[in-house]
Write a new protein. Structure first.
Lengths: 362, 314
């Protein structure tokens, strides 16, 4: 079976720990995105899976076989590089055929297979050109073609779309997803673009400072972030994270104080077990309802900046002690600058994070 | 680019729009400066074709033709090939028969010694620089610096210990000796040149080749080497020019059979007690120019790309 498993994988460069005890398993046919800010260790993790970096500790298991000591050419994997890494002196056709040379495939079969992937990725016209003579989008497709031309154990993508412009990125995202869904191989995609991860992945592993912070489906990491970092990293506009004092839990509501406002918020019942103290309350900008001023338990904020985004409007508001709150409301909701907003957060989308940053959730 | 280029384009006369973008004025300026640079070479080449008695004539004869009467007769000489003949065979003693001078041998020596030592340095240096570039040692830069120090001292400073060492191991006067010495000297230059070329390459391409199934040897031979051809050509030409013209070590470390042209040239004009034979000297020099000129000419495309490599990022 084409699966990838990494166990307690660690990479140190001198004293610097790039990846620490990473555990992840990717099933056959599953696409997992490693998502995180630059320098979080995601590419290093990918390179360890590929065998381009040696793991300091831990295991890489591909298709049931421990691969730690095998060099990349013996791992039977396919990888797409951020800068495409096309062989500059070879034509597009030869570039795509390159991995087949090492598989010792016959000439006729080589041609059939190159033509087949060229058809899938619309590269038929450029097969005889050199990489220097084609567009960025075509280069990207060649890199993908070169990966899927063989029958590897798994696919690895390192920031595959980061060099494309927005429009191409959209269409390539769809194309890659389509191609991958037909191949039923374990696939790992490294990206720093959450939209890419959310749209392409079956599961997302979010990394920070060498640690995998959360692994879950796109829906899970968005709806149930495991900690403050994941909450702040996933979702645009960013989740509002408000530091507050937790006073106690009563009748499904948490009594919290922030910015001298005393508010009872509907929250997850698990919050009942939390000792009073410092917490972070996270509310997505789209989870607020603007209500009239006589409603109870609202958060008050002054609308300072209004950014129409088309279907919705983003409002930057400020509480009376100066915390920023981002609120997204529907287009027809005409809020004016200087207006005081009374906001009620949706219970299902109100997250309470304990002092150590972990989400408090049942 | 390689095939469709005519002779004239190769030597810099390019047809079509690109030429003359700088305008006639600047072109003229550059032409004048180039002529000043080239004048000594040109004068030597002309001297090689002059009859011996005109070599030091005052005013000097300047041109083999009068350009349809444009140049006054007193500046015109009638060209002769006699000097080239006497490079290889001439009368050594008054009234004697012409004798072979051995210059065919010396030219052969120069070509073999320079080519072999530069190629050897290129092979060793390319491998070494690939190592320095891809598998850095602890204190990589220190080693590179130490390698370069061999070129920091003037040759004259190290020549005496080298002679003593070569005598001690019996290498003085042999082909092996001088070739090894030149190889060692070219190595420093080769490693530094080639390392910068390897450093410029994208390691992603190499990683891709590894994943596609290449062994380390194949990565080097099939992926890296083809990308640094320009660098190899540039290094080869510069190394060749340096080695080709080297005089001091050749003077002291070659024997009568292994003598190179620069040394033989010196001895040919200094002997005989008749003063310097300028036309003979000019003829030797003219012949001496040809091999390096040809190599440079044929590697020109690579050379220009090589020298400017890395200055422009895609």
């Amino acid at each position: 079976m084409s699966t990838i498993e990494i166990r307690k994988l660690t990479k140190k460069f001198g004293d610097f720990v790039a990846v620490r005890d990473a555990d992840l398993s990717v099933a056959a046919g599953e696409v997992v995105c490693l998502l995180g800010p630059s320098g979080c260790g995601k590419t290093t993790t990918l390179r360890m899976i590929a065998g381009l970096e040696r793991a300091t500790a831990g295991d890489v298991v591909i298709a049931g076989q421990r691969m730690n000591d095998l060099s990349p050419e013996k791992r039977n994997i396919a990888m797409v590089f951020q800068f495409y890494a096309l062989y500059p002196a070879l034509t597009v056709g030869q570039n795509i055929a390159m991995p087949l040379h090492y598989e010792k495939v016959g000439k006729a079969e080589m041609e059939t297979r190159v033509n087949k992937v060229a058809d899938i990725l619309h590269l038929r016209e450029v097969l005889d050109r050199l990489p220097g003579q084609i567009s960025e989008g075509e280069k990207q497709r060649i890199a993908v073609a070169r990966a899927i031309v063989r029958d590897p154990n798994c696919f690895l993508f390192d920031e595959p779309l980061s060099r494309l412009d927005v429009e191409l990125r959209h269409s390539m995202r769809g194309q890659i997803k389509g191609v991958l869904s037909n191949l039923s191989k374990a696939t790992v995609i490294v990206t720093h673009d959450q939209l890419e991860a959310l749209t392409m992945a079956d599961r997302i592993a979010i990394m920070r400072d060498g640690l995998i912070e959360q692994v879950g489906s796109p829906h899970e990491v968005f709806a149930k972030p495991a900690n403050v970092f994941v909450a702040s990293f996933i979702g645009t506009p960013q989740m509002n994270l408000i530091e507050a004092q937790f006073k106690g839990y009563n009748n499904g509501k948490a009594k919290v104080v922030f910015d001298q406002q005393d508010v009872d918020l509907s929250v997850d019942p698990a919050v009942a077990n939390l000792a009073p103290g410092k917490v972070t309350v996270g509310v997505r900008p789209r989870a607020f309802t603007v209500v009239s001023q006589d409603t109870q338990d609202t958060i008050e904020a002054l609308a300072e900046l209004i950014e129409p985004m088309g279907a919705e409007t983003l409002i930057h508001a400020r509480t009376n002690t100066g915390s920023d709150i981002r609120v997204v409301v529907a287009r027809h909701n005409r809020v004016k600058t200087g207006e005081v907003l009374h906001l009620i957060p949706d219970r299902a989308q109100t997250h309470v994070f304990a002092e150590d940053g972990r989400a408090v959730r049942a | 680019m390689a095939s469709g280029v005519s002779f004239w384009e190769r030597i810099g006369f390019r047809s079509g729009g690109g030429v003359g973008d700088a305008g006639w004025g600047r072109t003229l300026g550059v032409a004048i400066v180039s002529l000043i640079y080239f004048l000594p070479v040109l004068f030597i080449i002309f001297t090689a074709f002059k009859p011996q008695e005109l070599a030091l004539s005052v005013p000097p004869t300047l041109s083999p033709t009068s350009f349809f009467g444009l140049i006054p007769d007193q500046f015109v000489f009638s060209p002769t090939l006699e000097n080239f003949g006497s490079v290889f065979s001439r009368v050594m003693t008054a009234g004697g028969a012409p004798e072979a001078t051995g210059f065919d041998r010396f030219f052969f020596n120069s070509i073999v010694i320079a080519t072999v030592s530069v190629l050897l340095a290129l092979v060793l240096g390319t491998l070494a620089s690939y190592g320095f570039s891809r598998y850095p040692l602890k204190g990589n830069d220190t080693y590179l610096f130490i390698i370069l120090t061999t070129r920091m001292l003037p040759a004259i400073v190290v020549v005496i210990p080298i002679i003593l060492m070569f005598r001690a191991v019996g290498l003085a006067g042999s082909y092996t000796g001088i070739i090894l010495l030149y190889t060692a000297f070219n190595l420093a230059f080769t490693i530094w040149m080639m390392k910068s070329f390897f450093d410029e390459l994208s390691t992603d391409v190499e990683d891709a080749a590894r994943i596609d199934g290449s062994s380390e040897t194949k990565v080097f031979l099939k992926i890296c080497l083809p990308q640094v051809v320009a660098g190899l050509a540039a290094t080869f030409v510069f190394g060749l020019i340096l080695t080709w013209n080297e005089f001091l070590f050749a003077l002291l470390l070659t024997g009568p059979d292994t003598r190179t042209v620069p040394v033989a040239m010196n001895q040919a004009v200094a002997s005989g007690g008749r003063g310097t034979d300028w036309t003979l000297l000019a003829a030797i020099e003219t012949l001496f120019l040809i091999p390096v000129f040809l190599v440079t000419f044929f590697l020109q495309d690579h050379l220009l790309r090589g020298v400017t490599f890395g200055t422009v990022k895609k």
